[in-house]
Design a protein around this ligand. Sequence first.
Ligand code: FAD
Length: 398
Amino acid sequence: MAATYDALVIGAGPAGSAAAWGLARAGLRVALVDCHAFPRDKVCGDALIPDAIGALEVMGLRPAIDAESVSLRELRVYAPSGRFISLSGAFRCLTRVRLDHLLVDAAVRAGAHLIEGLTATVPLVSSGRVTGAVFTSAAEPVTIEAPFTLLAAGANATVMKAFGVGTTLKPNGVAGRRYFQVPSRLAAERRHLVIAYDRALCPGYGWIFPGPGDRFNVGVGFFSGRVRDAPSLHDLWRRFLSTFPPAAELVERSTALTGFQGAPLRTGLAGARLGRPGLLAIGESAAMTYPATGEGIGKAMESGLLAARLVGAALSSGRDGEPVHEAYESAFRSQFRPRYAAYATAQAWSSRPWLLDLLTWRASAGRFVRTELESLIAERGDPRRLFSVRGLVRAMFL
Ligand SMILES: Cc1cc2nc3c(=O)[nH]c(=O)nc-3n(C[C@H](O)[C@H](O)[C@H](O)COP(=O)(O)OP(=O)(O)OC[C@H]3O[C@@H](n4cnc5c(N)ncnc54)[C@H](O)[C@@H]3O)c2cc1C
């Protein structure tokens, strides 16, 4: 079986759905293909930080998201000492089953053709340019051709390798989560996000995120970059529950709704290319998840919207032979490089417990550290003001 479109999007997570929405809104014929049928789950912490909320706003999904998600105004970042910094911001939590379904639905309503149950295996290549992909299905192999293919298959190493955009196949992180039904009185006391850089998890982190219906998402992540003997995720999970009192208390007083499930993380643009002729890699297929916190929904959506804009402009002006992947890579990097650098520095700092303890102490003594962290999360200002050697010195006095 074969079909032809203006653009082919592989993967209907936040990156792929946002891209398909943008392409369809530009009047293009778009195939949005996923190996799963929706609604489908995705192992995640379910937190929406300001970049994700902004992208949802662009897609006109704020009313639906506001109606279904939990709104939170505080993020508590715990240092190894057990002290925490309380950061103000606008956050939301919504399960990925619902979020991703709303996103796919928006793409379909905009005119994208959703095709479920097809797994992309290899690209079609003609004269060095990607011209579509081959898919396997329960029935027969399917070929879809298009002048532009957008790869949005998440952290899937096999597909990144097959499409020639993964330079490192091993993910640089791993994270897992479990859902708990929390008694309503306890849930009311815990209406804030928690990220914990507990000493027992170093260089990793744990989280407690309150979701709709008092269903909390509790999890741990680990950045394996330079670590030789990384602990298993289950080991990390056990440590989190035995050494971090807010997690231990919550889990003890709540009912587990699911088992503990893990998934890879690809962060900091590491080990990935953003494209090649005819192909643009978006979201976690280009390792766009943030280091230090593992937040990636926002950048997945933003990269999808950016790629759609550039592909749409090239197609509408008949410049479909141009190296759009280069313009895309350079636009993405120039817009977000300082933010990735700041999150990478934050991750490096988080592997030094004494430094986190010091910064937490400074955050309670002055305003500078707290204000700069709030700006980083809200994607405002210059993140180097704090995340640099000079920033560290400033933090000691301001
Ligand atoms: C445990 C954990 C907690 C996290 N917590 C948060 C959080 O709280 N907030 C946050 O912002 N980020 C979080 N992240 C990161 C976030 O999950 C990712 O950044 C985000 O899902 C990336 O979106 P994506 O669209 O690029 O990929 P995905 O969401 O992974 O979507 C990829 C899609 O591609 C499909 N696919 C895969 N292979 C193929 C194929 N061969 N053919 C066809 N389809 C295919 C999949 O079925 C899937 O639907 C977390 C990650 C983990 C692992």
